[in-house]
Design a protein around this ligand. Structure first.
Ligand code: PLP
Length: 408
């Protein structure tokens, strides 16, 4: 037992707690890391023991020392009462929502939400008789005007997926708290290292641990952390649904977590450096990064967050699809693919105009989401500068008579 995580709550700095939280080396014969417990059946010594059912472990689905190690660590970092692990980030989102709704309920979801969260609301939830209203992410205390006596959840994500609007979470909490409405936030972008939602009035914090917690693009994993008043509903729903993560994935989440601070500080620095540099590059119309002074939502970010991760977006000057292809198809370091949060840099065209309903996406040109990995910043800037040059070349070659620019 390292002792420090139990004895030192609130005493040690977050990056120290990331190293020690949840670890119990003495239970593993002194080995620093927990073993990977693979198991379904857990044996009982006697009929009495079976009937008492009070062993620390009773069945694989309900948890193992490996899952406890990671869930206790995340719970301490988020400052919650209970953390439940899930097999993906999306499952963490759906478990969090299902824990607090029944037929006839109404929920409010930010228009900037991770798109598969929206799909869940529009399909499964609506089939179960739960209605969703999407709202402008910058609504603040105005959220009260959208509530009915059926409203059970306000779902937030700050900054928003792809477009990075910051939400005034304390302002929203000031409305949800007195009404007993559950406030959920998808905290994947900042991780518990850079933002602790429960300290700002949030009831339930969701992590796609697939991203920065795992940190190496080699496993799918999620986590839901609830405060005291929301923990029982979360536990009951987890047990009823049979949600549980794989043992290898849990171990990889644990392994990734221990280096989260050093990785995230580097993503923060490199991300801000590349974002500020991009602001001055020809062909770039807009950089959407709340950590940049003067950017939309920067004041909220500076007030509530301890750092920024490596994910942000840029909007290009208007240009045709072939110009975007010329940009992204020939990158040497930035690869194209879904997900993010690993050690490597990524680039992804997107079009929020295709699915938003409460707000209008008004960018004039194509948009690209960038994940700034752990590579050298100069190398990344050269790769982006070359890509932008290819983009401008194709734009220039396309005559004005070629028709309107397409949006990706
Ligand atoms: C990736 C992501 C998820 C889903 O996580 P998966 O592990 O891919 O299911 C949820 N929310 C946000 C903000 C994400 O970026």
């Amino acid at each position: 037992m390292s002792g420090k995580s139990e004895d030192g709550k609130g005493v040690f700095a977050p990056q120290t707690r990331i190293v020690h939280a949840g670890r119990k080396p003495r239970l593993a014969h002194g080995f620093v890391n927990p073993p990977v417990y693979r198991g379904s059946t857990v044996l009982f010594e006697s009929l009495d023991a079976l009937i008492r059912n009070d062993q620390p472990y009773t069945y694989g689905r309900r948890g193992t020392p490996t899952t406890d190690c990671l869930s206790e660590a995340l719970c301490e970092l988020e400052g919650g009462a209970l953390t439940v692990l899930t097999s993906s980030g999306l499952e963490a989102v759906t478990l969090a929502i299902l824990s607090f709704v029944g037929a006839g309920a109404h929920i409010l979801v930010t228009d900037s939400v991770y798109q598969p969260t929206r799909r869940f609301c529009d399909t499964i939830l609506s089939r179960l008789g739960v209605t969703t209203t999407y709202y402008d992410p910058t609504i603040g205390t105005g959220i009260g005007d959208l509530m009915t006596d059926k409203t059970r959840i306000v779902f937030t994500e700050s900054p928003g997926s792809q477009t990075f609007e910051m939400q005034d979470i304390p302002a929203i909490a000031s409305v949800t708290r007195p009404r007993g409405v559950v406030l959920i936030t998808d905290n994947t972008w900042a991780s518990p290292l850079f933002y602790r939602p429960l300290d700002h009035g949030v009831d339930v914090s969701v992590q796609a641990a697939t991203k920065y917690i795992v940190g190496h693009a080699d496993a799918m994993l999620g986590a839901v952390t609830a405060n005291e008043r929301s923990a029982a509903a979360l536990r009951k729903t987890r047990d009823a649904l049979g949600v549980c993560p794989g043992s290898e994935e849990t171990y990889l989440g644990h392994r990734g977590l221990r280096t989260l601070a050093v990785r995230l500080h580097r993503h923060h620095q490199s991300g801000l450096e590349v974002a500020a540099w991009l602001q001055a590059q020809p062909g770039v119309a807009q950089v959407l990064h709340p950590g940049l002074p003067g950017a939309p939502g920067h004041d909220i970010w500076a007030r509530d967050f301890a750092g920024a991760s490596g994910l942000f977006s840029i909007v290009l000057e208007p240009g045709p699809r072939e110009a975007v292809a010329a940009f992204v198809d020939h990158m040497r370091l930035f690869a194209m693919g879904y997900s993010w949060g690993g050690y490597e840099s990524l680039i992804l065209p997107f079009d929020p105009g295709s699915y938003r309903t409460a707000t209008t996406w008004r960018a004039s040109g194509p948009a690209l989401r960038l994940h700034i990995g752990l590579e050298d910043v100069g190398d990344l800037q050269r790769d982006l500068a070359d890509g932008l040059a290819r983009y401008r070349d194709v734009c220039r070659a396309a005559s004005p008579g070629d028709g309107p620019s397409i949006e990706m």
